[in-house]
Design a protein around this ligand. Structure first.
Ligand code: NAP
Length: 253
């Protein structure tokens, strides 16, 4: 396949979908993952008709190691040289203090944001190391840099992503593989609807009265990172709304 291949997790919505659209417009072939296959199918139709690229769908739950192994081992040979791995799938579930926390919420976040990212990376990185070529982009969060009230386990999971990005960078540099971490502030996606367990009214309030980031802004940052010359690596980017100087302050109108 002449074009490079990107594997994007969490491509059925928000930042992952925006990255898929941006990369497609730049001629990158895509392997798209998420659990909601109907959305991925729709996106594949749209992007293949608008761009000269091919898309392979790889629907699975990144929390389930055996599902990942089965799906990735079934990838056809001409799709195996994955050049970009975009570890984007993730979520916050709940917003409350630790001493009253919901353990199911905690498990969901740790299993997706940390263990899921590890499972995918463990399968895809050996090929990059062998080929001495590749670029991993981990979508972390400002919550991986700053702790805010009631963010406890989500923040811990994103601090873990931050540590993993730094570790990967050290270990993959001798193999010519780049690692970038992108840490966004508030981006309007389905993130808050998921965090508040489907309560859309509460989710909408998060983005009221200020200009939040758009998923396209993060896709733009991701494309900037992957399109630098080989000698240059963007280690990390903290990308915030202008109205949100730090995690805990939002200047609303
Ligand atoms: P989103 O709109 O809710 O998208 C999340 C994506 O992750 C969806 O495509 C979802 O697809 C996928 N996903 C969730 N659990 C999964 C699982 N177990 N297996 C496979 N896919 C799974 O939220 P988003 O804002 O785009 O979030 C993307 C990333 O950005 C996350 O890592 C999030 O922590 C990070 N982030 C977001 C913000 C923000 O303000 N929005 C800020 C900083 C960082 P399915 O449900 O179809 O599986």
């Amino acid at each position: 396949m002449p074009n490079k291949i990107a594997f994007i997790t969490g491509a059925s919505s928000g930042i992952g979908m925006a990255i898929a659209k941006r990369f497609a417009s730049e001629g990158i072939n895509l392997i798209l993952n998420a659990r909601r296959l109907d959305r991925l199918e729709k996106l594949k139709l749209e992007l293949e008709s608008e761009n000269q690229i091919k898309i392979l769908l790889c629907p699975f739950d990144i929390r389930h190691k055996s599902e990942i192994e089965t799906a990735i081992s079934a990838i056809p040979d001409d799709w195996k040289d994955i050049y970009y791995l975009i570890n984007n799938a993730g979520l916050a579930s709940g917003l409350g203090n630790l001493h009253e926390g919901d353990i199911e919420d905690w498990e969901k976040m740790i299993d997706t944001n940390v263990k899921g990212l590890l499972y995918i990376s463990r399968i895809i990185l050996p090929g990059m190391v062998e080929r001495k070529a590749g670029h991993v982009v981990n979508i972390s969060s400002i919550a991986g840099k700053e702790v805010y009230a009631n963010g406890n386990v989500y923040c811990a999971s994103k601090f873990a992503v931050d540590a993993l990005s730094r570790g990967m960078r050290i270990e993959l540099s001798p193999h010519n593989v780049k690692v970038t971490s992108i840490n966004p502030g508030a981006v309007e996606t389905e993130f808050s609807i998921v965090r508040f367990h489907g309560d859309k009214e509460r989710a909408d309030k998060v983005y009221e009265g200020f200009d939040n980031l758009l998923a396209e802004d993060i896709a733009d940052a991701a494309y900037y990172a992957i399109s630098r010359p080989q000698r240059m690596n963007i280690n990390e980017m903290i990308v915030m709304p202008t109205a949100q100087p730090v995690a805990t302050i939002i200047n609303r109108r």
